[in-house]
Design a protein around this ligand. Structure first.
Ligand SMILES: C[S@@+](CC[C@H](N)C(=O)[O-])C[C@H]1O[C@@H](n2cnc3c(N)ncnc32)[C@H](O)[C@@H]1O
Length: 443
């Protein structure tokens, strides 16, 4: 079997690597970080290991239940990890089931920590295959398995969206759609769609500048990406820069900027005096890379945005974008580890951090200036309740209506479908979950 860039690595090798990623994830590491530790970026193994690891995390609750039901004794951590990455592969049609079993056994034999259990791995996977449809049907009746999340997370989503909670959780389990932002200064969306068609790529316009590529692919294979004509950005995230309402020459602060998706978008809209702040130095480097690719610039500072005395020169800003750190409850399909790595207490901790950021940045806004508050979360503690706090406590704060007429917008994640965007629609037809509020300062 081949893939772009060469021959596919053997499945046994991929399963073995994914099992190491799994163990790091179970120890509390994010999937992205664990992958970086186990497989160097850009290697042929990376994409395959990533696919298998993400599939495993998307089925964590299911695998845990299967192992608990079919194993007479609790397996060791290494064996459990191998089973946890192999079982979800039996649910896809990417590999023949016998090949998955065979390669999982090969992977077990190749490692001292699991070699003793190769027969057990073989027996459990075969046993699962014999009973697969009955087990799947039965386990999926459990919301924890169906939505692949711990009970507190399901409760939290149900409380946040009492009518739509099932759709929100289901969207979190789907494959993340690849959505591009087309730079209108370089090409019209219509012309870009024609280019994609010429390349044989099925695509749909899902927002003002947003195009969904039906078959996600590495960015290097996306026409116009390397030239900076298009960028990868969810259509819901693409609302931020236009909704901030920037104009040429404005002093603009992007307060939590990495990896720079919205910073880059802002620079495409107008010539700005733009400062991008990011607390994490490694992530801040990605802002520069993103800007370099599209040939734009901003002043990038590594700082805690709350510590304004350390970085602010005293001149007020006309616009502030606060895309605050949050639970990420609206982007679970892109980060399936979120419900497992977060703890219930994180919601309150993050809400406190968001409030501190709002309190610290509000004085930096000039009179008549506007602050756009954004989180990629659907939890009210991080959205609506933050705005209530601003209006009640921060001097001169008023909520401005957003396009579509509502004072604030909470977009619930939408699964990819066939609805194309039409001119005049204020929101995209395909997007992750976001909360938006636009605040103006009157004094
Ligand atoms: C939601 S992400 C921003 C995404 C970014 N705006 C984009 O569109 O690409 C939030 C970012 O805030 C950073 N951050 C967290 N606390 C911060 C703080 N106190 N000051 C500045 N940045 C912070 C995080 O490291 C993270 O990169």
């Amino acid at each position: 079997m081949t893939e772009a860039g060469g021959i596919s690595p053997p499945l046994a090798e991929v399963l073995a690597r994914a099992a190491r990623v799994w163990q790091a994830f179970m120890a509390g590491r994010s999937l992205d970080r664990a992958l970086g530790e186990v497989v160097p970026d850009g290697s042929r193994l990376r994409q395959a290991t990533q696919d298998v690891s993400y599939a495993a995390v998307r089925r964590r609750a299911f695998s845990e239940r299967v192992i608990a039901e079919l194993a007479a004794r609790a397996p060791s951590d290494g064996v459990r990890a191998l089973l946890s990455v192999a079982l979800p592969q039996l649910l896809t049609d990417r590999h023949a089931p016998y090949a998955v079993v065979d390669q999982a056994v090969t992977a077990a034999r190749a490692d001292q920590a699991t070699a003793f259990a190769a027969g057990f791995v073989n027996a459990l996977l075969r046993n699962f295959l014999r009973q697969q449809s009955g087990i799947v049907e039965r386990l999926n009746r459990d919301d924890g398995v169906l939505y692949n999340a711990p009970p507190w997370w399901i409760d939290q989503v149900r409380a946040a969206a009492p009518l739509e909670w099932r759709a929100v959780l289901a969207a979190g389990g789907g494959a993340p759609p690849m959505v591009l932002r087309v730079n209108p200064a370089r090409i019209s969306v219509g012309d870009y769609l024609q280019q994609l068609q010429a390349f044989g790529l099925a695509a749909t316009r899902v927002g003002e500048q947003a195009v969904w590529i039906h078959d996600a692919r590495p960015v290097g294979q996306v026409p116009g990406f390397d030239a900076g004509i298009v960028s990868v950005q969810d259509a819901g995230a693409q609302l931020a820069a236009p909704w901030l309402g920037v104009g040429a020459g404005m002093r603009v602060l992007d307060a939590c900027a990495a990896p720079g998706g919205k910073t880059a978008h802002l620079t495409e809209l107008a010539e700005l005096n733009l400062t991008a702040i990011e607390a994490d130095a490694a992530r801040a480097r990605r802002i520069r890379e993103n800007l370099d690719r599209i040939g734009r610039q901003a002043q990038i500072l590594v700082a805690d945005a709350r510590d304004t005395s350390a970085w602010w020169d005293g001149t007020p800003f006309d616009r502030i974008l606060l895309d605050a750190p949050c639970t990420g409850s609206g982007v679970v399909r892109r980060h399936p580890d979120i419900p497992w790595l977060r703890r219930k207490a994180d919601v309150a901790h993050l809400a406190t951090l968001q409030r501190q950021l709002l309190d610290a940045l509000w004085p930096l806004l000039g009179v008549g200036g506007r602050l756009l508050y954004v989180v990629c979360s659907v939890f009210p503690e991080e959205g609506r309740e933050q705005v209530e706090h601003v209006v009640a406590r921060l001097p001169g704060a008023a909520v401005m209506p957003l396009p579509g007429g509502s004072p604030t917008v909470c977009l619930l994640p939408v699964a990819p479908g066939s609805v194309a965007w039409e001119a005049g629609r204020p929101w995209p037809t395909l997007h992750d979950g976001f909360f938006y509020a636009l605040l103006e300062k009157s004094r």
